[in-house]
Design a protein around this ligand. Structure first.
Ligand SMILES: [Fe+2]
Length: 275
């Protein structure tokens, strides 16, 4: 059996949310991860991007173009990543538009990769691979996912289930390739997709034209994707793959406090949207 932690949108950065400074939030994350590792035996972590806001284009701007420049991604890799269940695999989000060689120098990993285990194969795809190494603050540019990499994984997967993971899968009109959608329709070994980006924690479908596969959203550890922060709490997704290839997943919310000016909202630890 294989138990995987999937985390996304941690946003180690200059911003505070819900009355909590970045330093407080990162300390809370490290504490939660320590508890999670003691209570459950995770075999590996897949981090689906936006660990920073390094190229943030709005308001006060991202830290890469500060003087002197600051890489919050490098800071994350040095100080926070070791707290996650090892081995730790990461793919970039739309706020980590580092050129491939810079990303590799900072994280020690390529921008996309295949992770093979006896029970399953995972394809970590670089969804925002357009306009890398920008000369000024900007948003990441979505590019259709690398179908060649998925085919490489399928070639070596044998009977094992294959899971696709990226910061985002844009299945809206015209964004993704027909080749990708056809592969999702035809390839039964691709069991599910995992993504972050919208800071939601729920499960939806890829739709009829893309094989009706489940897309499991991995939530966030920063701010809710909804105006009401109590709609989507900080947490991470858990995936269990059994030796016979069957699998299940849920979103795990640790106990936390959302601070408003004048009052707090307390949330007990719980799980949600199990599939
Ligand atoms: Fe994000």
């Amino acid at each position: 059996m294989l138990k995987i932690m999937l985390a996304s949108d941690i946003h180690n950065c200059h911003s505070a949310w819900y009355g909590m400074s970045n330093e407080e939030r990162m300390a809370d994350l490290v504490r939660c991860l320590g508890e999670a590792k003691r209570e459950r035996s995770y075999d590996l972590t897949l981090c689906l991007g936006d660990v920073s806001l390094d190229f943030w284009a709005w308001a006060e701007g991202g830290s890469v173009f500060w003087d002197p420049p600051v890489s919050r991604t490098a800071e994350f890799m040095e100080k926070i990543a070791p707290a996650f269940p090892a081995p730790f695999y990461i793919t970039p989000g739309n706020h980590e538009q580092y050129a491939p060689e810079d990303w590799e120098r900072i994280t020690g990993q390529p921008r996309e990769q295949i992770v093979c285990r006896d029970e399953a194969v995972f394809v970590l795809l670089d969804a925002f691979s357009g306009n890398l190494g920008p000369a000024e603050n900007s948003d990441g540019m979505y590019r259709p996912v690398n179908v060649g990499l998925i085919r490489d994984a399928l070639r070596d997967a044998g009977d094992r289930p294959v899971f696709l993971a990226a910061h985002w899968f844009d299945l809206g009109v015209g964004a993704e390739s027909e080749e990708f959608k056809a592969l999702l329709r035809e390839e039964t070994r691709i069991r599910a997709l995992f993504c972050g980006h919208d800071h939601y924690s729920f499960v939806r479908s890829t739709g009829e034209d893309a094989g009706n596969k489940p897309i499991l959203h991995t939530g966030h550890f920063s701010y809710s994707g909804d105006k009401d922060p109590c709609r989507f709490y900080r947490g991470w997704r858990e995936l269990t793959v059994r030796d016979d290839g069957t699998w299940e997943s849920l979103y795990r919310v640790p106990a936390q406090v959302i601070r408003y000016p004048g009052w707090d909202v307390h949330m007990d630890a719980h799980t949600q949207d199990a599939i």
